[in-house]
Design a binder for this molecule. Structure first.
Ligand SMILES: *[C@@H]1O[C@H](CO)[C@@H](O)[C@H](O)[C@H]1NC(C)=O
Ligand SMILES: *[C@@H]1O[C@H](CO)[C@@H](O)[C@H](O)[C@H]1NC(C)=O
Ligand SMILES: *[C@@H]1O[C@H](CO)[C@@H](O)[C@H](O)[C@H]1NC(C)=O
Ligand SMILES: *[C@@H]1O[C@H](CO)[C@@H](O)[C@H](O)[C@H]1NC(C)=O
Length: 501
C-alpha cells in the first residue's frame, strides 16, 4: 500500500516534469540558440583585402582572389571606385602594379604596421630589367649596356660576342649587331638596353628553355627571404634552337609565345603522372651529367647574392614611401637559364609573376595556388587561429604561438651578473630583455615564418656554413645593421632548435 502511493506520487511528479519540459522545450531551445547566435555575432570582423588591378584587367589576379577567399578573408568591393575612394580598413592591399603608381591618389603614409602591401618600395633595383642588368655586378648577370657607345666599345674588345637589344618586358628581344643598335626611345615607357647573348644555352630536346623559381622577401633590415622549392616553372622556346636568322625570334627567345611545359616531351610525361616540373627538370639535368646538389647550390647562391645587393635600395625606398617596414612583402619569379657548362644566368625578375593558369598551362593551376597558399601561411595572412586583422588577437595567442622562451639565446651571457639586471654592456644587446619593441617584433615574425615554412625554404639568413661561403665584400658592402644582428641570432637559434639551421 505504502509502496503503491509512493509510486503514484512519483508518477505524478514525472508527468508534471514531462509536461513542464515539453512546455518549456521551445523556450530552452530559444535561449540556447540565442546564446549561440550572440557568440556568432561576437566573432569579430574577418580580415579584408583589396585587389587593385589598375589597367591590367580583371583576370590576372583571380588566383590570388580564389586563395584569399578559401582562407576566409573578405573582399572589399572596389568596383567603380577610384583609389582615392578606397576604404581604409583593409588588411591586405594586393596590387598588380606597384603601389607607388597610385600614391598621389591614395595616402599610404597612414598604413599601420599590421596592414600588408604586396610590393616593396625601391624594388626597381631588382625588377626593372635594365637596372637589374646594368647595375648588378655579379657573374650571374650577362654584361648589359644603356647606350650604343658602351655596347660598341665593349664589342671591340670582345669581337666574338653577340648582343640582344631588349625593350622593357619581354617584348622586342632580338639579336642585333652593335653597330645597328638604336636606343632612341619611341615612347616614355620603352626602356631599351643591350645585353650579351648567352651563346651556348643548355638545350632540352633541341629547344632553349628557362626555369623559374618563386621567391618571397618578407622583410628588409633585417633581411629575410625564401623560395618555393617544391616546384619550378619551365618555359620552352616555340621552335628548336637556331640563331642563324635573327628575325626568327621564336627559335632563340623565350618570349610571350612559348611551348607549354605541360605538352613538352620530357616534361609532360612527368606532370601527367603527378610528378612535378621540378622532378622533370632534375631528371633532365641528371641525364646531362649534372650534379643536382651543385645545381641547387648554384640556384640558391644566385638568388641569395642578387637579393643581398638590393637590400639598401629597398630599405631606402620604404623610408621614402613612409610606410612601416613591417607592412611589406613581395613575391617574385626569378627567370634563369643554364649554359652547356651548367653556368647559371639570371634573365629577369618579375614582381607580379603570372599566376594565371591559362588553358595552355592548365596543369599549373594548383602549382600557382599552392605558391600563394604557402606564401599566405608564411606571412601570417592564413593561420589556424582566428584573427580579425593581421596581428595577434591577444597576449595569450601571442605567447602560445611565439613565446620568448623559444627565442632567447646565450643564457651564459644573458643570465650573467653583467646582463641579468641591466643592459648597459654592449654584450647584453643580444638578450631578449635588452631588445627594444621593434627588435622583439622582428624576432617574433622570423620565428613564426620559420614555423610556417610549408613548401618554402629559407634562403636568408642562411646557416653559418652557407653564410661563410658568400663573397666577403658582398656581405661587407651590402648588409644593413639589423640584418647582421639577425644573421647572428639565426646562428644561435640553430644551436637551440635545429629547425633554424
Ligand atoms: C560592387 O559594387 C558595384 C558598384 O557599387 C555593384 O554594382 C556590384 O553589384 C557590387 N558587387 C558585389 C559583388 O557586391
Ligand atoms: C632610331 O629610331 C628612331 C625611332 O624609331 C628613328 O626615328 C631613328 O631614325 C632611328 N635612327 C637610326 C640611325 O636608325
Ligand atoms: C637554321 O636555320 C637556317 C635558316 O633559317 C637553316 O638553313 C638551317 O638548316 C637551320 N639549322 C638547323 C640545325 O635546323
Ligand atoms: C655532388 O656535389 C657535392 C657537392 O659538391 C658532392 O659532395 C658530391 O659528392 C657530388 N656527388 C656526386 C655523385 O658527384
Amino acid at each position: 500500500m505504502r509502496s503503491c502511493s509512493c509510486l503514484l506520487i512519483l508518477s505524478v511528479i514525472f508527468l508534471t516534469l514531462s509536461i513542464f519540459i515539453a512546455f518549456y522545450q521551445h523556450k530552452i531551445t530559444e535561449i540556447a540558440c540565442k546564446n549561440v547566435k550572440s557568440e556568432v555575432e561576437e566573432i569579430k570582423r574577418k580580415p579584408k583585402y583589396i585587389l587593385h588591378l589598375g589597367k591590367e584587367g580583371s583576370k590576372t589576379l583571380s588566383a590570388v582572389d580564389d586563395v584569399l577567399q578559401r582562407l576566409g578573408l573578405e573582399k572589399i568591393n572596389t568596383t567603380g571606385l577610384q583609389p582615392s575612394e578606397y576604404p581604409k580598413d583593409w588588411d591586405l592591399f594586393w596590387s598588380f602594379a606597384h603601389h607607388d603608381r597610385i600614391k598621389t591618389q591614395y595616402d599610404f603614409t597612414t598604413v599601420k604596421f599590421n596592414q600588408k602591401l604586396n610590393h616593396f618600395p625601391g624594388n626597381y633595383a631588382l625588377v626593372s630589367k635594365s637596372v637589374l642588368a646594368t647595375k648588378t655586378k655579379l657573374k650571374f648577370i650577362p654584361a648589359a649596356f644603356l647606350t650604343s657607345e658602351e655596347v660598341q666599345n665593349y664589342a671591340k674588345i670582345h669581337p666574338e660576342k653577340r648582343f640582344v637589344i631588349k625593350l622593357k618586358g619581354n617584348r622586342g628581344v632580338k639579336l642585333t649587331k652593335p653597330e645597328d643598335m638604336n636606343f632612341t626611345r619611341t615612347a616614355s615607357l620603352d626602356d631599351y638596353f643591350a645585353q650579351e647573348f648567352i651563346e651556348d644555352p643548355l638545350l632540352w630536346n633541341g629547344h632553349k628553355f628557362d626555369f623559374s623559381i618563386f621567391v618571397v622577401i618578407t622583410s628588409v633590415n633585417p633581411l629575410r627571404f625564401y623560395y618555393y622549392n617544391k616546384n619550378v616553372n619551365l618555359r620552352f622556346c616555340l621552335k628548336p634552337y637556331n640563331t642563324s636568322n635573327p628575325d626568327d625570334v621564336h627559335s632563340y627567345v623565350i618570349g610571350t609565345e612559348i611551348f607549354p611545359a605541360q605538352e613538352f616531351p620530357g616534361a609532360r610525361e612527368y606532370v601527367f603522372r603527378d610528378y612535378t616540373y621540378r622532378d622533370a627538370f632534375e631528371a633532365f639535368m641528371k641525364s646531362k651529367g649534372a650534379n643536382l646538389t651543385e645545381i641547387w647550390m648554384k640556384v640558391e647562391d644566385l638568388i641569395t647574392q642578387v637579393v643581398i645587393t638590393k637590400e639598401k635600395t629597398f630599405f631606402e625606398g620604404i623610408g621614402n614611401f613612409g610606410t612601416p617596414k613591417f607592412s611589406h612583402f613581395e613575391l617574385y619569379r626569378f627567370d634563369m637559364i643554364f649554359n652547356e657548362n651548367f653556368d647559371l644566368f639570371l634573365m629577369e625578375v618579375n614582381m607580379s609573376p603570372n599566376l594565371l593558369a591559362s588553358s595552355k598551362i592548365s596543369m599549373h593551376k594548383y602549382f600557382f595556388e599552392s605558391v600563394l597558399y604557402n606564401l599566405f601561411n608564411l606571412i601570417g595572412i592564413g593561420t589556424n587561429f582566428e584573427q580579425n586583422e593581421f596581428k595577434f588577437p591577444s597576449v595569450d595567442v601571442e605567447l602560445m604561438v611565439a613565446h620568448p622562451n623559444g627565442m632567447t639565446i646565450k643564457p651564459e651571457i644573458c643570465l650573467s651578473d653583467t646582463c641579468i639586471n641591466n643592459c648597459d654592456d654592449p654584450i647584453c644587446n643580444i638578450c631578449w630583455h635588452c631588445l627594444n619593441v621593434n627588435e622583439k617584433f622582428e624576432r617574433i615574425l622570423a620565428y613564426r615564418e620559420q614555423m610556417n615554412l610549408g613548401d618554402f625554404k629559407r634562403l636568408f639568413p642562411p646557416n653559418r656554413e652557407v653564410f661563410n661561403k658568400l663573397p666577403i665584400n658582398l656581405v661587407e658592402e651590402n648588409l644593413l645593421e639589423e640584418t647582421r644582428k639577425h644573421v647572428e641570432w639565426f646562428f644561435e637559434m640553430c644551436k637551440k632548435n635545429n629547425k633554424f639551421c
